[in-house]
Design a protein around this ligand. Structure first.
Ligand code: UDP
Length: 194
């Protein structure tokens, strides 16, 4: 899996299907996994903020979230096979979690939104072991949320705090966690309930 460089961000050149298979394999092996679904805004931000770029360098997988990245890679002469949107990948992972009774934690969005998302998730994916959820409006320095999610030990952790905040939080989480796949999902909980 050769990485494709788009403005110093290294994208995985995988179809959504291949990406999903790779991620599921890692979840089954209980390997810690940091997934970033990067859109052009994220790439631009990383080029303006070296701390954020350093965080992206720690990602295990970076998908091309948005046609802008796919077009950019093609123009640079190093095409990426397809767009892998974060929202779609989240839904595919939830489906997998439902089929194989994985545990899931949802972190982010407004309280009303996350409550709606939980209700819908329980209906759409009844076999998922939902080990917790929390809204995204807390101080990043607040260790209690971190402790709560660490104690829940989810197989899959979806974090929708908006980009840069969510990746910072995930990296801190994975430094302390023993297992789990964590992925920043931006406004996915809003999309899921909207
Ligand atoms: N959000 C949050 N905490 C914050 C700021 C934002 O949980 O302090 C949530 C917000 O409610 C929304 C998501 O993060 O669900 C951001 O969505 P957006 O579409 O703006 O994603 P981005 O493009 O920033 O990744």
């Amino acid at each position: 899996n050769k990485k494709i460089d788009v403005l110093n961000v290294k994208f995985d050149n995988l179809t959504k299907k291949e990406m999903l298979a790779a991620l599921i394999d890692r979840v089954n092996k209980k390997e810690k996994t940091f997934v970033v679904t990067a859109n052009p805004e994220i790439v631009m931000h990383a080029n303006a903020d070296k701390h954020y770029m350093a965080i992206l360098k720690q990602a295990d997988y970076i998908t091309a979230d948005g046609i802008g990245i796919v077009k950019g890679a093609r123009i640079l002469g190093t095409p990426i096979v397809e767009r892998v949107a974060g929202y779609d990948l989240m839904l595919d992972l939830l489906k997998e979690a439902d089929l194989n009774q994985k545990s899931v934690y949802l972190l982010g969005a407004k309280q009303t939104t996350i409550e709606k998302a939980v209700k819908k998730l329980k209906k759409d994916y009844p076999q998922i072991n939902l080990v917790g959820y929390h809204n995204g409006y807390f101080d990043l320095a607040d260790e209690s949320i971190l402790s709560e999610v660490l104690a829940a030990e989810p197989d899959l952790l979806f974090v929708g705090l908006g980009f840069s905040r969510q990746e910072k939080w995930i990296l801190r989480y994975l430094e302390q966690a023993d297992k789990g796949l964590a992925m920043g999902v931006g406004g996915a909980f809003d999309a899921y309930t909207g």
